[in-house]
Design a protein around this ligand. Structure first.
Ligand code: MG
Ligand code: MG
Length: 272
């Protein structure tokens, strides 16, 4: 049985036991296999819908099911695909389409998740299509590094604020913008569980966003997912009610792993 705790009023966290972590690890491995297959297929001329089919086949072939398909969000239609594919100035939640053809020099953030025996893995990666300019590669390198900064801070004895601030400080020191409206999240038996895992932390209480500072405990599982832009941090949602873009059309990157807090340190679930 999963242990539930309420470390802060209104926040319910499910601590996973070893058996449950093993299932999450398998869900995460399947997600990593889907990423591996999409990366191998990436080339100029491929559509984001084709990448979606590739990920869906890997997930279903391993006895899992797509976690994003059919997800609901207030005032939006149900999500229609296995992956989100966000190209260039698209930050997150780009819907795959047969007519969205990737070109040489594009970057594309692919995010996917699956349910395996009742547990979820969730991981995103920004990939390059062909060759990209060095300044674009630097944006990707910094965002990926920010993810690992967050993972390294995810140790027992720390709290969520420490994790968030370590990510924020690293990104700001590199001179990039940081998407403030979107956060990582607890993950386990559901795609989104408590707590929220922000990539920044306010100095004063925020009016619009929840910031629940929670001490890190063994068995906590969450997704860390820094979203970083080359330009200003302002974003907007397109008319499809899913795709989020940077307002100034600057390029952006998104890297995400699902991890578990353990006495031996953070364990990455979404890897091969
Ligand atoms: Mg994700
Ligand atoms: Mg996520």
């Amino acid at each position: 049985m999963t242990t539930r705790i309420t470390p802060v009023e209104g926040v319910e966290i499910y601590l996973k036991n070893a058996e449950e972590l093993a299932l999450m690890r398998e869900a995460g491995r399947i997600v990593a296999l889907a990423h591996q297959a999409m990366k191998a297929a990436l080339r100029p001329g491929i559509s984001t819908a084709e990448l979606d089919k590739i990920a869906e086949a890997v997930i279903r072939d391993h006895g899992a099911r797509p976690a994003f398909l059919g997800q609901e969000k207030p005032n939006s239609p149900r999500y229609p695909a296995t992956i989100t594919a966000s190209v260039n100035e698209e930050l997150v939640h780009g819907i795959p389409r047969p007519d969205r053809i990737l070109k040489e020099g594009d970057i594309v953030s692919l995010d996917t998740g699956c349910f395996y025996q009742g547990f979820v893995g969730d991981s995103a990666w920004t990939y390059v299509v062909g060759d990209v300019r060095p300044n674009v590669q630097r944006l990707l390198d910094v965002t990926e590094r920010a993810l690992y900064v967050g993972i390294e801070a995810s140790v027992i004895g720390n709290d969520l604020r420490t994790v968030a601030r370590s990510i924020q400080q690293y990104i700001e020191k590199q001179g990039y913008g940081l998407a403030r409206e979107y956060t990582g999240h607890g993950v386990g038996q559901a795609m989104w569980e408590d707590p929220q895992v922000p990539n920044w932390w306010p100095n004063k209480p925020s009016r619009n966003l929840r910031f629940d500072n929670v001490p890190l405990m063994s068995g906590m599982t969450y997704a860390i997912e820094p979203m970083v832009m080359a330009g200003r941090p302002d974003v907007k949602e397109l008319d499809d009610k899913w795709t989020v873009v940077t307002k100034d059309k600057s390029l952006c990157a998104h890297f995400e792993h699902t991890i578990a807090i353990t006495p031996d340190g953070p364990q990455i679930m979404t890897r091969l």
